[in-house]
Design a protein around this ligand. Structure first.
Ligand code: UGA
Length: 430
């Protein structure tokens, strides 16, 4: 045991919880991680990783002696005073964040000022205050409350933990606890943003909403480029060199996916609405994204005419490369719309097939690119996995029935596709 590092407890062994657990273990902390899912905890105890995240398995293995997994919070509470909450806050049917799992964990918290609840889960602004009020009403007040939102990206979560752009620590008088959380992150050398709880909660929502806005903005620019002959890659390059705008998150495509942007943009819009403010911009961000996912259907229609009976090969299913996460994936909308039009869809993803079949059990999944593409009238690149960027298009073209390739991420080598005798179309390329 590393005596100099504060031990921590982590409630929730999902993406955020596991990355937080192994990240702090790597920095030298003993970590007690709790999850209600017995099968998941059993796997973790055996050293198996329940999710696909590059680098996670290696860190779990390296720090097996420092990482303790359990379904009961007792051991966690006995060994750590900083109790990180990293459970899911999925959208409710109304589009708000469902705080059910968060509240179940809060119910397990010790009634003592010697402990701190450190909120990692993304929660609506005002949640920290509401939790403290609730505990007070129940006669269970005492625990310190710190908001410490997570900014990791799936697929690069381990690197994001180790190199954060900033660490946000919000407190409303939680003194020692906020200092202890800051001390935990101190070795990473990132700028610390110390603020109040409500502002910390809002920083997280505002950051995700702004990034989603950037994507919907460049997607609309791409759509106008298609009408005017401009090339969105050139436009994004020229615009992104402006220091005030920056080059990141200006890649046009077939819409953003994942659980976070979809959920958080909607949650922020509803949070505003519930407090009497109509957040017009976010309504447009959401609508543009939904339409963007469907634009490929129109592109295919322009090339192929009637889609009924046509064979479409989809390359990629995950919402982005390096993850098996299918939540909010554009592929789901695309595949189900194509099937509804009467097309035959065959998809291939190097990692996400199993997860995709959970959501779309009838999806025809291939076991290789070649199998997905053979006999296809058109092929759509949905997820820019590295292995799709180096395909031999001449070889693939020989097995296709048609000649259309739609590059939904502007990631393929257009010249190589055209040289194979295929018709290439990207997003917003003029
Ligand atoms: C996002 C944020 O980037 C993280 O900072 C945040 O911590 C996380 O949500 C969260 O709230 O937990 P993530 O959903 O893992 O991370 O993925 P991103 O890399 O942000 O990509 C989201 C989607 O946007 C993907 O579908 C991606 O293909 C799309 N995207 C991204 C674009 O279409 N264009 C771009 O320029 C960038």
């Amino acid at each position: 045991m590393n005596a100099r590092r504060e031990p921590i407890g982590v409630f929730g062994a999902g993406y955020v919880g596991l990355v937080t657990a192994v990240g702090f273990a790597e920095l030298g902390s003993e970590v007690w991680c709790v999850d209600i899912d017995e099968a998941k905890i059993e796997k973790l105890r055996r050293g198996e990783v329940p999710i696909f995240e590059p680098g996670l398995a290696e860190l779990l293995e390296r720090h097996r002696d420092r990482l303790h997994f359990s379904t009961s919070p007792r051991e966690t509470i006995e060994n750590a005073r900083l109790l990180f909450v990293a459970v899911g806050t999925p959208p409710t049917y109304a589009g708000d964040a469902d705080l059910g799992a968060v509240l179940s964990v809060v119910a397990e918290m010790p009634v003592s000022a010697d402990y701190a609840l450190v909120m990692k889960s993304t929660v609506p602004c005002g949640t920290g205050r509401a939790i403290l009020r609730m505990l007070e009403e129940q006669g269970r007040s005492g625990i310190a409350y710190v908001s410490c939102p997570e900014f990791l990206k799936e697929g690069s979560a381990i690197a994001d933990f180790a190199n954060p752009d900033r660490v946000v620590v919000g407190e409303d008088g939680a003194g020692w606890a906020a200092d202890a959380v800051c001390a935990l992150y101190e070795p990473l050398g990132a700028p610390l943003v110390r603020t109040d709880v409500a502002s910390a909660e809002m920083i997280k929502l505002a950051a995700n909403a702004f990034l989603a806005t950037k994507i919907s903005f460049i997607n609309e620019i791409a759509n106008v480029c298609e009408e005017t002959g401009a090339n969105v890659l050139e436009v994004a390059r020229g615009v992104g060199l402006d220091d005030r705008i920056g080059p990141k998150f200006l890649s046009a495509g077939i819409g953003y996916g994942g659980s976070c942007f979809t959920k958080d943009v909607s949650a922020l819009k509803l949070l505003a609405a519930n407090s009497g403010y109509h957040f017009q911009l976010l309504g447009a961000v959401i609508e543009v994204n939904e339409l963007q996912k469907r634009r490929v259907i129109a592109k295919l229609g322009r090339h192929l005419g009637e889609l009924a009976g046509k064979r479409i090969g989809l390359l990629g299913l995950a919402f982005k490369p390096n993850t098996d996460d299918m939540r909010g994936a554009s592929s789901l909308v695309l595949a189900s719309r194509l099937v509804a039009e009467g097309a035959h869809v065959r998809a291939y993803d190097p990692v996400a097939t199993e997860q995709a079949l959970v959501v779309m059990p009838s999806l025809d999944c291939a076991t290789s690119v070649q199998e997905a593409v053979a006999g296809a009238d058109a092929v759509v690149l949905v997820t820019e996995w590295p292995e799709f960027l180096a395909l031999d298009w001449s070889e693939l073209a020989r097995t296709m029935h048609g000649t259309v390739v739609i590059d939904g991420r502007n990631a393929l080598d257009a010249d190589a596709v055209r040289a194979a005798g295929l018709r290439y179309e990207g997003i917003g390329l003029g």
